[in-house]
Design a binder for this molecule. Sequence first.
Ligand code: ARG
Length: 403
Amino acid sequence: MGRAKKAVLAYSGGVDTSVCIPYLKQEWGVEEVITFAADLGQGDELEAIRQKALDSGASQSIVGDLIEPFITEFAFPAIRANALYEGRYPLSTALARPLIARRLVEIAREVGADAVAHGCTGKGNDQVRFDVAIGALAPDLKVLTPAREWGMSREQTIAYGERCGIPSPVSKKSPYSIDLNLLGRSIEAGPLEDPNVEPPEEIYAMTVSVEAAPDQAQSVEIGFEQGNPVSIDGLRLDPVSLIRQANALAGSHGFGRLDMVENRVVGIKSREIYETPGLLLLIKAHQELESLTLAADVLRTKRQLEQQWADLVYQGLWYGPLKDALDGFMDRTQQTVNGTVRLKLHKGNATVVGRSSASHSLFVHDMATYGAEDQFDHKAAEGFIYVWGLPTRLWAANQRRRP
Ligand code: ARG
């Protein structure tokens, strides 16, 4: 790989990505490093981060607000797909990566860079997501991954930074590695590396503990149009406000924590703690509305394809052909997913207590009822069961005849 002249670096403001700046210049001969820090609603002090990149040697430091596309183009499709990796993790970190990659590539074009760079290590999923996305969007750009190659320990990284004028972390460094955005927080490392150790309460920021949650239950009604959440308790909200509101509501009742051992793309099992209160609440409500509005065979097939969708997003294949094809299926199914779902939040739980769809409910009362209005033809069941059970009776008779 030839030398890069100008690189756009995905920048978080942490020590590792800061050290990437002088490292790229001094060790790899990159002439100019331009940083990009994405605002995904994580609540960081972005002006300080912008300045820190310049202090660390960036020739230009860009901060970009990606919150709106993050929610509408990445979180909402995940809700429509009820995406839960390994049946549990709603992909709050994974969903951000293809968007950051897309913006990195756009900036590289704007500034005439010949490379993009990121500070991911060689053990995680995020390197896969960035590299695959960039390769799909801009095969001509070099992808520089210093932290994957430099082989420095944390102490060595800090020392390298100090030699380049990058201050070492001031406060007593938290032992945790945390990735956060508007959808949630992913927490790993430190004491959590023992999967048998209970997560300490201090790691949580978006959810209260079950003990601290109010004794009083709270009802919440989520409205959906074509599979997208559009209102809470009858109040229409723009997508970003809706996610914020869902986070606040669910989090205040201790709903949305997840403690799991998951299988990374690179083959490692890792223990992860997540808190994604709003996203989990909305997926739960959305699943419920589909049970009312999707035909049985569509629903069953969709449940299988949802797993595929979650797998490929986790595995970094957002810009691949299967994702493209599955989106066609998902979008077609969502045309009828209109209505509301009511849930009760209480002490870490969100329990569905009602669902309705004025326009698309496939629940037909005269068919379901045991009352006098029953319209179902009970006599028709006999002929149906004769045909339905025929293969089973023939097979069983054959089994009996044989010794
Ligand atoms: N394991 C999760 C994922 O692959 C989250 C990783 C987040 N990174 C972190 N430093 N906590 O999507």
